[in-house]
Design a protein around this ligand. Structure first.
Ligand code: FES
Ligand SMILES: [Fe+2]
Length: 416
């Protein structure tokens, strides 16, 4: 058995790897950025994927990305691939994208299962939308097809969001489900639809991408567009928060907040976090000048000049404004490559060109994600240098980055 297989099977981590990681964990300074090996080592990357991240959940997309029976999404995660398909009963199910004959990938890209079957391109074994093996050419008469269905993958659908976990023993999802219902539910995400989706790849380790995602220390220097319409950490913010809350209260709207994130996750549960933030004065939404972009969603009858964030686990961040939502999902591809998928949601009955303009809708987060790609890639180049030394986090503004790294280091320590 090779070392990778041993790690996946939950066997003890090989002695040399454990000694290496234990030494790094001892050398890591509290409240300082991570040592370079955490971003550069292939050995650590395998532990990250197979042990640290495996029990967590990933947001694949919104259900409206696969509106018809037989529509499917192919979701790649490191070297794994999952088929997420809408069944004849309209249930969403997920299966490992691995043929039960000799293991070929079955579906290359997202698409539609013609005739209600997923056909392996190699020898044409075909599977029903429920994963059962429907037909296997030229196999003996007594071949037991029932024993060769596709391997099911844990799947949840909450407020229209599809989540999968590749683990045999995923973290509990109840706390996340309650959090999503109490936040994105208020913004009407179950009745939303996908307006646009994009994917960009950061040439950087996944932890640098996430460290950046959870702090706004960089917002003023790197995101001038974002900073025009989002509230900043200034004395005036308290007033903006009070105005936001008053405008929500006046509509009878209550968006919950909770902090079960990083090491504050409930025992055995996926991390759940939600918070409300004010827009800058008079900004309704995250557009160029703060003016509305589409019809109000969910319970909102008027803008409250605020927004909500909802984190699901370490890798999925959902943002909701009064008139649109955005899902940010980070997926590791290799030790030095991380995909950021962004999905924009609008109200389900909104019509493109009439109720919203796609360029205007996507402008803010396209510009902002492109800037994040640039700064995170520069960060990766810097930590790859022989001159890199971990530096102090700026507290309290980088507090979430500290929490993220503390969760990561603890998870890695628990994994070896
Ligand atoms: S590997 Fe899929 S049919 Fe042979
Ligand atoms: Fe950013």
């Amino acid at each position: 058995m090779n070392e990778i297989a041993k790690v996946e099977n939950g066997d003890p981590v090989e002695g040399g790897t454990r000694t290496f990681v234990e030494a790094l964990l001892r050398q890591q300074r509290k409240d300082f950025s991570l040592r370079p090996e955490f971003h550069l080592s292939d050995e650590i990357y395998r532990l990250d994927i197979d042990r640290v991240l495996m029990p967590h959940w990933q947001c694949v997309n919104h259900v409206t990305a696969i509106p018809n029976v037989g529509d499917y999404i192919v979701f790649h995660y490191d070297r794994e691939s999952v088929i997420v398909v809408r069944g004849a009963d309209n249930e969403i199910r997920s299966f490992a994208n691995v043929c039960r004959h000799r293991g070929s990938r079955i579906c290359e890209t997202s698409g539609h299962a013609r005739g209600g079957v997923l056909v392996c391109p190699y020898h044409a074994w075909s599977y029903g939308l429920d994963g059962s093996l429907a037909h296997a050419r030229m196999m003996p008469r007594d071949f037991d097809k029932a024993s060769y269905g596709l391997t099911p993958i844990a799947t949840k659908v909450v407020q229209g969001l599809i989540f999968v976990s590749l683990s045999d023993d995923p973290l509990g999802f109840d706390d996340c489900e309650a959090n999503i219902n109490a936040t994105l539910g208020v913004y009407g995400w179950a009745d939303a639809k996908v307006a646009h989706q994009s994917s960009i790849v950061f040439s950087a380790n996944w932890k640098l991408a996430l460290e950046n995602q959870v702090e706004c220390y960089h917002c003023a220097p790197s995101h001038p567009e974002f900073s025009v319409v989002h509230g900043q950490s200034t004395a005036s913010e308290k007033k903006l928060i009070a105005q936001m809350n008053a405008k929500a209260d006046a509509q009878g709207i209550r968006v919950e907040t909770r902090d079960h994130w990083a090491l504050a996750a409930l025992e055995g549960q996926e991390q759940a976090y939600s918070e409300r933030y004010p827009m800058s004065a008079n900004a309704c939404t995250a557009s160029k000048d703060g003016s509305p972009l589409g019809p109000l969603m969910g319970e909102f009858k008027q803008y409250d000049n605020g927004m909500a964030v909802c984190y699901v686990g370490p890798m999925n961040h959902c943002l909701s404004y009064g008139d649109y939502g955005a899902i940010f999902r980070y997926t590791p591809r290799s030790v030095s490559e991380t995909e950021l998928a962004v999905v924009w949601l609008v109200r389900g009955d909104a019509v493109e060109g009439k109720d919203y303009n796609l360029d205007d809708l996507t402008w803010m987060w396209k510009v902002t994600a492109a800037a994040d790609k640039k700064i995170v890639e520069e960060n990766q180049l810097g930590v790859s240098s022989r001159f890199y030394k971990p530096g102090p986090y700026a507290l309290p503004i980088e507090e979430k980055t500290v929490r993220f790294t503390e969760w990561y280091l603890q998870s890695l320590a628990d994994a070896i």
